[in-house]
Design a protein around this ligand. Structure first.
Ligand SMILES: Nc1ncnc2c1ncn2[C@@H]1O[C@H](COP(=O)(O)OP(=O)(O)OP(=O)(O)O)[C@@H](O)[C@H]1O
Ligand SMILES: [Mg+2]
Length: 254
């Protein structure tokens, strides 16, 4: 459903994406990892054409998106919900109003129906009591969940998550992981998750792709990813104390 074909992108003097090709199927939880600056966010931005490639093609459900009209692009973008790197809630609006925003901007639904849908999503994300609160009055984990409620308020087929667990403690991070899995199981959503957190990648990913210096160095199911022979992948795994068994062990215990 999402396909990159020989996509290249230069930003400044850097070739951020260098002829990368990959495919994401419906219902996958596809994880993208890589060092800071590897081009993970840039890759996500290409999926919704917030960035255009210099070369190559990106297709969504078989439709190349490079040359769509504004109207056609809008239709493609409606398939996506996006949770950006900084949960990006508007600070001067309540959680409920933040979540309602896309419905108010893009639909003609009446206020009653808008509130019904917002409360349904808040409930789904265990934020039933937080609707009237302001972003600055709730915890980081709750802010991420509110951002996620907003990302799925239009019932998208695909959700893009950019660093959904960054800045969260391990317990809260695991809760967000569970939610991503829930989104897939309860709502059939296809997820694309960018993360630094390999533990999270291994726990939720149907596949893990690693970007490095403009190229894809690995794209495999978690069990194969941790056995990758690629040196970049191996040192990335070691940096997070993950052994070939996928365990979370200190190196000295190996
Ligand atoms: N709009 C832009 N203009 C110029 N350079 C950019 C732009 N956006 C990204 N870059 C550069 O492209 C490279 C990849 O950026 P990207 O944001 O995709 O990294 P990332 O893998 O998401 O890193 P992080 O893990 O730190 O979020 C970086 O070198 C960045 O400086
Ligand atoms: Mg990024």
């Amino acid at each position: 459903m999402i396909r990159f074909d020989q996509v290249s992108k230069q930003l400044g003097s850097k070739t951020v994406l260098n002829e990368i090709s990959f495919e994401i199927s419906e219902g996958e939880t596809f994880v993208i990892v890589g060092l800071s600056g590897a081009g993970k966010s840039v890759t996500l931005k290409h999926m919704i054409r917030l960035m255009l490639p210099d070369a190559g093609t990106i297709s969504i459900d078989g439709e190349a998106i490079n040359h769509l009209t504004r109207h056609e692009l809008q239709r493609v973008r409606e398939k996506f919900g996006v949770l950006f790197q900084s949960a990006a809630l508007l600070q001067w609006m309540s959680v409920r109003d933040n979540v309602a925003l896309p419905l108010r901007e893009h639909t003609d639904l009446d206020e009653k129906e808008i509130l019904r849908r917002v409360d349904e999503k808040l409930e789904l994300l265990s934020l039933g009591d937080a609707g009237h609160k302001f972003p600055s009055d709730i915890s980081g984990g709750m802010q991420k969940r509110a951002g996620l409620a907003r990302a799925i308020i239009m019932d998208p087929k695909i959700v893009l998550y950019d660093e959904p667990t960054s800045g969260l403690d391990p317990v809260t991070s695991r809760r967000i992981d569970d939610l991503i899995v829930d989104m897939q199981q309860k709502l059939g959503i296809t997820s694309v998750v960018v993360t630094h957190d390999l533990h999270s990648a291994l726990a939720i990913g149907s596949r893990i792709m690693m970007l490095h210096e403009g190229r894809i160095v690995e794209n495999a199911a978690p069990a194969d990813f941790i056995r990758s022979k690629n040196e970049t992948v191996q040192s990335f795994l070691e940096s997070q104390y993950i052994t070939k068994k996928g365990k979370w062990e200190e190196k000295s215990h190996e």
